[in-house]
Write a protein that binds this ligand. Structure first.
Ligand code: GDG
Length: 748
């Protein structure tokens, strides 16, 4: 109805406008037609009257002539008639003869006006010579009433107007009906094709063989349109926590989000008789915490804090953030054996070194694998318990939970499982050394979407699947289909929140500088370098210290004028490799300090302890140079946090080429951490870089990180999940689901 009104009203208005505009045209046309008619009529009357009139003129019978004229004007259209005598110039005319006509000039061959506008209306005038024996006697003047032409013209206009209105109504009605029918037909037809129904026999839900190419093309078109639309859309959206909330409300109908990870965002830790809350040092937590604040929902994680059990309710839940709960943590408890096998053993002595090229040999123990399987089942069960619907959106995080996606999908087939792999994915040869590589791949392929930071890791994963699994790999759309389930493998570069919540309430860079310098007793004239990491061998902390040492060797002018502050958050300390690494780092810092120390000044300030986020940000604001030297890193959030912290556009970032971040931040000084000389040169360049260049580089990086923030990371995954769910509502067509069409009997 609305469509009809929207269409019919403008059309009717347009036609009324046209009808109004043609009125003068109708007037002109009718006048021309009637004038032509009257000319012919007048010629006829003049012809008929000329003979009797000639007789009357010759007989000089003026009274009879007048009577004759009066008889002729009985015709309602012949308004007046007159005769102008050539010799005398005398006019013999009916009483109504218009004064505007000059008889004398007429008699002498003058012209008469064709149409005159007399007081009673328009009059048509025509004249003809009257002769006898080829001798001119005078001019007969016939005056017709033209007012009937006006009446006819008005009538005609009325008819034309009504005709156009009726025509417009009929045309718009027909158009609306045709448009409605064909639109409905198209929509139904397209939907039917996408649902896998044949257009010809929708009731039987059959794709006829002839329609399959169309169906394929349409599906490809829809996919293309979606993928074309999404990036443009995503890049145009200003990403913030509000945007994320809006996506959840709008695109996902406010559905509940479940996050599953090993690490929890808040740990409750016992300090004497008090309970303290700690935020663990973890890139995953850094990224997901603001996302959860925006989305609410439930975060399922291992309860690893010493006081975690003391604060949960009877269903192992606790609201967080502690000061103003927005979402909740559901804690999963692990026995010491489970933690040893699943977390320390298989995840961190096996998968972690397997996926990072840091030349630490991975260890795979069957006992660890058993615990890994059991704990993944435990997490999957917790997801099923927490899910309030049969189709929740579950965000599975990282390499600790590679088997959980399949377990969740087996239990909740309608769930949308988005798995994000936060660390690099190695090449197929490297991955192949894992004795349970098939199981891990199959577990991950239970995901609806599997995300990595870089295209390189996406390609490595797809190559690995191709090498080891009997699955359909579509390299065009980067999807893998296993057992009828499709998994889209995608790139979602992770980032930090913007503006960073941890920097809220911090003083400006100058004040931060003073506070941090006072803490480490760094003099005013001394420049400051900074490293912030978990104490992990992949972060290249030893290589970083070697580069600092090399700087002092190559450029001794920095001795006494440059201090490198390293914050190292203890991590995985019960693993031998990490204990060894910790000792190595301490020893190297001590050796360098002993070698170059001058008075109170020392080259490296090593602080191995957990520091709370606001203080980490205070350090970022205070530093002249931030050095990220990872040997291999999925992304590295420290690099982006440093950029996010620098509201003053100052500070230089020296960044390892082996981080995902290096692909997004080419304005950093990108280095190979294994090349000590190059790193030392980069440090020197950073310390001597002209102020304007420092600002220009930092401004460019800040533009990127502000737009490509963590809300975009999560938002793009959720938008893809929403699109996938929309498509999922349209019944999937797999070859097995296609029933062959019943064929007619073929006769020879
Ligand atoms: C994995 C991937 C990927 C460090 N020390 C302290 C502390 N931190 C914070 C940093 C940063 C986070 O920890 C470390 O994040 P990274 O990204 O550098 O590294 P991973 O923990 O290895 O994270 C990595 C990440 O997942 C996200 O996908 O980028 O490639 O390996 O936020 O600031 N935080 C606190 N105290 C510390 O002492 N509070």
């Amino acid at each position: 109805m609305r469509l009809s009104l929207r269409f019919v009203l403008p059309l009717a208005l347009a036609l009324a406008l046209v009808a109004w505009a043609v009125q003068p045209l109708v007037d002109r046309l009718t006048l021309r037609w009637f004038t032509r008619d009257l000319d012919i009529r007048a010629a006829l009357v003049a012809n008929t009257a000329s003979e009797p009139l000639a007789d009357l003129v010759q007989a000089n019978a003026q009274q009879r002539m007048l009577a004759y004229f009066n008889r002729l004007t009985v015709d309602e259209r012949l308004y007046a008639i007159g005769f102008c005598d050539v010799e005398s110039g005398r006019l013999t005319a009916t009483r109504t003869f218009p004064r505007e006509i000059d008889c004398k000039s007429l008699a002498q061959g003058g012209a008469v006006p064709h149409v005159i506008d007399a007081s009673r209306g328009a009059l048509h005038v025509s004249s003809a010579n009257v002769e006898a024996d080829a001798k001119p006697l005078g001019r007969l003047v016939l005056v017709h009433d033209l007012s009937f032409a006006q009446r006819r013209s008005d009538e005609t206009k009325r008819y034309v107007f009504l005709f156009l209105i009726a025509l417009g109504g009929i045309v718009s009605l027909i158009t609306v009906i045709v448009a409605q029918l064909s639109w409905r037909g198209w929509v139904q037809g397209t939907r039917a094709i996408l649902r896998g129904e044949g257009l010809l026999r929708p009731s039987e839900r059959i794709i006829t063989p002839e329609l399959r190419p169309i169906e394929r093309d349409l599906r490809a078109l829809v996919r293309d349109l979606e993928s074309e639309f999404r990036p443009r859309d995503a890049s145009q959206i200003p990403w913030s926590s509000e945007t994320l909330r809006a996506i959840l409300r709008g695109e996902l109908g406010g559905e509940e989000i479940l996050v599953v990870s090993n690490r929890e965002p808040y740990m409750h830790v016992r300090r004497g008789s008090d309970i303290e809350v700690q935020q663990p040092a973890s890139g995953l937590v850094t990224a997901l915490e603001p996302v959860m604040r925006a989305c609410s929902g439930t975060w399922i994680a291992h309860g690893s804090g010493s006081a975690d059990r003391d604060v949960v309710d009877e269903r192992d839940r606790v609201g967080v953030p502690p000061d103003r709960p927005i979402y909740r943590i559901r804690r999963v408890w692990l026995t010491p054996e489970e933690e040893a096998g699943y977390y320390y053993g298989f995840s961190n002595e096996g998968l972690w070194p397997l996926c990072h090229i840091a030349h630490v040999r991975p260890v795979f123990r069957p006992g660890d694998w058993k615990q890994y399987v059991a704990v993944n089942e435990k997490f999957a069960r917790a997801v099923v318990q927490e899910a309030r619907r049969r189709d929740p959106i579950v965000l599975v995080q990282d390499y600790h939970l590679a088997l959980a996606p399949k377990m969740i999908r087996d239990a909740l087939p309608d769930a949308t499982v988005i798995t994000f792999w936060h660390i690099p994915w190695p090449n197929p040869e490297a991955f192949g050394i894992l004795p349970w590589h098939k199981e891990v791949l199959e577990g991950l392929l239970g995901s609806s979407i599997l995300g990595f930071h870089t295209r390189f890791h996406v390609n490595n994963f797809v190559d690995t699947v191709d090498r080891y699994i009997e699955a359909r790999v579509d390299r065009e759309s980067l999807t893998v289909t296993l057992g009828g389930r499709e998994c889209a493998v995608k790139r979602y570069p992770i980032s930090v929140d913007w503006p960073p919540a941890s920097a809220a309430g911090l003083p400006d860079a100058r004040a931060c500088r003073e506070r941090v310098r006072a803490r480490y007793q760094i003099g005013r004239e001394t420049l400051m370098g900074l490293g912030v990491d978990r104490m992990d061998y992949t972060k290249g902390i030893l290589e970083r210290f070697h580069a600092v040492e090399r700087l002092f060797e190559m450029e001794p002018r920095w001795i006494g004028r440059f201090t490198f502050v390293q914050i190292g958050a203890p991590t995985r300390s019960s693993i031998g490799e990490y204990q060894h690494f910790d000792a190595e780092v301490r020893a190297l810092a001590q050796r360098i300090n002993e070698r170059f120390a001058r008075g109170k000044w020392q080259p490296i300030a090593l602080r191995i302890e957990h520091v709370e986020p606001p203080e980490v940000y205070e350090h970022f604001r205070a530093a002249d140079v931030c050095f990220v030297s990872s040997l291999h890193d999925g992304m590295n959030l420290v690099a982006k946090e440093f950029v996010a912290a620098r509201e003053d556009d100052r500070g230089v970032l020296v960044l390892s080429q082996f981080t995902g971040a290096a692909r997004e931040l080419p304005e950093a000084l990108v280095v190979n951490p294994y090349d000590m000389d190059q790193c030392a040169a980069a440090l020197h360049l950073a310390l001597t870089m002209p102020d304007e260049e420092v600002r220009e580089r930092m401004r460019t990086m800040r533009r990127l990180v502000s737009g490509f923030n963590v809300y975009r990371w999560a938002g793009r995954m959720l938008l893809d999940a929403a699109a996938m769910r929309r498509r999922g509502r349209v019944a999937p067509v797999t070859p097995a689901a296609v029933v062959p069409m019943r064929r007619g009997k073929i006769t020879a």
